[in-house]
Design a protein around this ligand. Structure first.
Ligand SMILES: [Zn+2]
Length: 475
């Protein structure tokens, strides 16, 4: 019997919420495996961008799903409000986009496709949005693979829909949905799982956004998601899969606490010379400049650096960058689908009133005290990553840099399937007991451009051919 791989993602889980009182089962997994102390998300730290990185083992600059709210690639030349925005949370919007493009949504081979080519299978079980589960394996239907969404048959592959028809209907409450999908994995898949499974739990993200980050309701949701995970661990440890199945637990990004709301759209619209441009708002947002007009890119980026509500500012490589502005390539999101100018809202490492470090402004309807992400604070960029199983080193806290792009190559290596070498991520050899240590030494880098009172700092780590984005802030 070949080895198997299970990835369980706790959406939006901050590593500092992995505690004995909240996630005893994640700590149980860590005790029997390797926990990565320096694991990082990608920029922008948004769910579909992260999901695409998990699916391809590549950074956004190569997979091309560069934002949760994506400027429609075919509207890049349309000025102002004429350009459309694709809401990647909605699977129908992604299918429509793929049809219009006549090209795959993700521009790199996916884990599902690579496993299919090796005669193996990927199953996706998700309580995340329909767009989120689709991104994890966009060609599941064509590959004959199984995607089961807790949002109903329309978001499932044909095999997932057939399975769904035999199950109790999924609940509508987010926490109950996460429990439901975990229980479906435990009862229907764990006894004899496919080569690889991704089990995506929408908590603690949903409760963190809406019910207060670190609030009793947020922690209660996390406890329930962890308990559902614990029931999987119980069966795994007691059953035949203990010697066969590797389990990686991870989060896609963290959360920072919202301390204020800013509405960027009317502020931008009040600048008449930016009328040809379009602002896409968010904790991490963008400005689409039609035709890539270099002068307008520079003006829009410079305008952003003069706003007190702005954090980072990035602009298209090749344009004459105004002082203080970083190239998009610095955060590995330089891609034709990226807006020409990217920004984050003002944020910092300060402690929020509720007690967790990391605060940010937000643009949208989320409540003050709720959580959000997309930006570059350590609270958003630090993620959970733990690998346990028959070949994993036990009880190790790894200080090597690691990140979301490393999950797919590590899964392929464990399953003996090719494809890892063409990914941006690396095989996490330091977690496998027969392996040597990584050959490279981590090389920290700091970028710190300034213009008068505006100054932004970005911390990255180079490690072999990988670059990890650690965190950044306006200083
Ligand atoms: Zn997420």
């Amino acid at each position: 019997m070949g080895e198997r791989f299970l990835l369980v993602v706790f959406d939006g889980l901050r590593p500092d919420l992995v505690r004995p009182d909240t996630t005893p089962n994640l700590l149980r997994l860590a005790a029997m495996g390797t926990r990565f102390a320096r694991a990082r998300s990608v920029f922008p730290s948004e769910t579909r961008v992260c999901s695409a990185t998990v699916a391809t083992g590549c950074m956004p600059r190569r997979h091309g799903l560069v934002a949760n709210r994506l400027a429609h690639p075919l509207d890049a030349a349309r000025p102002g409000p004429a350009g459309r925005t694709v809401d990647t949370a909605q699977m129908p919007a992604l299918l429509e986009l793929e049809q219009e493009l006549g090209a795959p949504l993700l521009e790199r081979p996916t884990l599902g496709a690579l496993l299919a080519a090796a005669g193996q299978e990927l199953a996706v079980l998700s309580s995340g949005t329909t767009g989120q589960s689709h991104v994890l394996n966009p060609t599941a239907a064509a590959l004959g693979q199984l995607t089961l969404s807790a949002h109903g048959a329309a978001a499932c592959s044909p095999r997932g829909a057939a399975l769904l028809a035999t199950l109790d209907p999924p609940p509508t409450d987010a926490v109950a949905r996460a429990e439901w999908i975990a229980e479906v994995f435990r009862t229907k898949f764990l006894p004899d799982p496919p080569a690889a499974t991704i089990l995506w739990l929408c908590e603690p993200d949903t409760s963190g956004h809406y019910q207060g980050l670190g609030s009793p309701a947020n922690l209660a949701a996390l406890r329930r998601a962890d308990a559902a995970f614990g029931r999987i661990l119980d069966d795994w440890q007691a059953g035949p899969m203990a010697g066969t199945l590797h389990i990686m637990a991870a989060s896609d990004h963290g959360h920072a606490t919202i301390t204020g709301t800013v509405h960027a759209t009317p502020r931008f619209a009040a600048e008449p010379h930016f009328a040809p441009c379009r602002l896409i708002p968010g904790a991490s947002g963008g400005i689409v400049v039609p035709g890539g007009d270099a002068a307008l890119i520079a003006e829009a980026a410079a305008w952003l650096t003069r706003q007190d509500w702005i954090g980072h500012v990035f602009a298209a490589d090749g344009a004459e960058l105004p002082p203080g502005v970083l190239p998009r390539s610095a955060v590995l999101v330089d891609h034709p689908r990226s807006a020409e100018v990217l920004f984050t809202l003002r944020a910092g490492p300060e402690r929020a009133p509720a007690g967790l470090p990391g605060v940010t402004l937000n643009d949208g309807a989320l409540p003050i005290g709720g959580g959000t992400h997309g930006g570059l604070t350590a609270a958003e960029m630090s993620i959970v990553m733990i690998l346990a199983g028959p070949r994993a080193r036990r009880g190790v806290l790894s200080e090597w840099p690691a990140g979301l792009a490393d999950i797919a190559p590590t899964a392929l290596a464990l399953l003996g399937a090719p494809g890892a070498a063409d990914m941006d991520g690396r095989v996490l050899v330091e977690a496998l007991d027969e392996a040597v240590r990584p050959e490279a030494a981590p090389a920290p880098e700091t970028w710190e451009p300034a213009d008068g009172p505006y100054r932004q700092r970005l911390h990255r780590t180079r490690f072999g051919r990988q670059t990890y984005i650690d965190f950044g802030q306006r200083t």
